[in-house]
Design a protein around this ligand. Structure first.
Ligand SMILES: *Cc1c(COP(=O)(O)O)cnc(C)c1O
Length: 413
């Protein structure tokens, strides 16, 4: 990993040909420390949001030593950087082989499930282990997330009590509940509401939970999506926890992905061609811009030319990525000065979560280098940005939460 003070220095010194993932470990450190100071419980980082080794290293150095993993490669990655990290295998559907390897080879003791079949599989694949922490993933009704996660995972309220009881009986160690209110959750009270649902299921089952895991969903800030402060979210969770019928010893966990990493990385791309309001960039939907293409998220952008940031009257652009596929298109609108031309660089901000993580090598592109920078992120939930609100936008770019719930197909989360 190279090191530069700012993206401007990088462009001035060596005009990179390939896209560059600009990473800001200092801003990740601030986010990690914020969660630990404010959240009254254990913070598990959801590795899928950004599995880069620098992320794992920075988190561990700043006290986040628990990780939510979903596959053996994620387990191996975390173990390679942080051999003593605590791992929770929170994917509710796992192969038998993955369960066995996690338990026997990697010392994983915490597993999620949302069916009786998966419970039986876990018991079986760990050789009837008695030292398992078993977390039942509940389906919850939660409004306010830009990405709904209900549908794919979570036991429903009618079947939850029987599964909670069976899981309680299956282990002498911790039995817990988890849920996920959906990614980029814009309403803090969604957590409290989900916790009330979890509490009802536990009461109906007649069991106590040793762990209440409120999942991920903590938001970052994007143009048109400026959430309430993160302190409102932890307040809602702490209130929800007090209202639950739990033991004094019950542990509170959370699994943030996006909120920890989103602002800690941006992508530096080069303009290969301009056609009217369309800019052809050297990174796209098969690289780091999956969300900009498929969910049409407008990300904040900056124009860099010859080592200087170009400012001036802004106009809306759309982007095309480097592959030959016509869906490699990011509609934006992205607001940049009106004289953008070939050879300019566009820095796309707030790409730390689900950006680099989604990159493929399709068509021979998508290979980005990583450079550490120390300038502030374009927007911040932790008071780190120069501007508190990202770049201008049109009404049409505002993500309409109500029209986004359900219905949309996503491959992850
Ligand atoms: C994806 C995921 C997370 C992280 O979600 P964010 O919205 O990025 O915070 C946490 N827990 C589970 C089980 C997940 O699948």
């Amino acid at each position: 990993m190279g090191e530069h003070h700012t993206p401007l220095d990088l462009v001035r010194e060596r005009s990179p040909e390939r896209p560059v993932a600009l990473v800001r470990p200092d801003s990740l450190a601030v986010a990690a420390r914020w969660f630990q100071a404010e959240f009254k419980g254990d913070v598990f980082y959801a590795v899928k949001a950004n599995p880069s080794p620098w992320v794992i290293e920075t988190l561990v150095r700043n006290g986040v030593t628990s990780f939510d993993v979903a596959s053996i490669p994620e387990i191996e990655l975390v173990r390679s950087v942080a051999p003593t990290a605590r791992l929770a295998f929170m994917h509710p559907v796992k192969s038998r082989r993955a369960i066995s390897q996690a338990y026997f080879d990697h010392g994983v003791r915490t597993f999620a499930l949302d069916t009786h079949e998966e419970l039986a599989k876990i018991i079986d694949a760990t050789g009837q282990a008695k030292d398992l922490n078993l977390i039942v993933r509940l389906g919850v009704q939660a409004d306010g997330a830009a990405y709904s996660l209900s549908g794919k995972f979570g036991v429903d309220q009618f079947q939850a009590p029987a599964l909670l009881l069976a899981t309680r009986q299956a282990t002498d160690e911790l039995m817990g509940v988890s849920f996920h209110v959906g990614s980029q959750c814009m309403r803090p009270t969604a957590y409290q509401a989900a916790m009330a649902q979890a509490s009802r299921a536990l009461v109906r089952a007649g069991v106590f939970a040793d762990v209440v895991d409120v999942g991920g969903g903590f938001p970052s800030v994007y143009p048109g999506m400026v959430p309430p402060p993160l302190s409102d979210y932890v307040d809602s969770i702490h209130r929800g926890f007090e209202e639950m019928k739990v033991h004094e010893t019950t542990e509170l966990w959370c699994e943030p992905g996006r909120a920890l990493v989103a602002e800690a990385s941006s992508i530096l791309t080069k303009v290969e061609l301009r056609k009217g309001d369309a800019l052809y960039l050297n990174d796209g939907s098969y690289g780091s811009l999956f969300d900009a293409a498929h969910t049409k998220w407008p990300f904040p952008v900056k124009l860099i030319r010859g080592g200087e940031e170009v400012e001036g009257a802004l106009k809306p652009y759309r982007f095309y990525g480097p592959t030959c596929d016509s869906i490699d298109h990011m509609p934006g609108p992205f607001w940049l000065p009106d004289d953008v031309r070939e050879g300019d660089y566009v820095e796309i901000g707030m790409m730390g979560a689900y950006g680099v993580a989604m990159s493929s090598r399709f068509n021979g592109f998508g290979d980005a280098e990583t450079v550490v920078v120390t300038d502030p992120p374009m927007a911040s939930m932790f008071g780190l940005a120069k501007r508190s609100i990202p770049l201008p936008r049109e009404e049409s770019t505002v993500v309409k939460l109500s029209s986004r719930k359900g219905g949309r197909k996503r491959r992850r989360r």
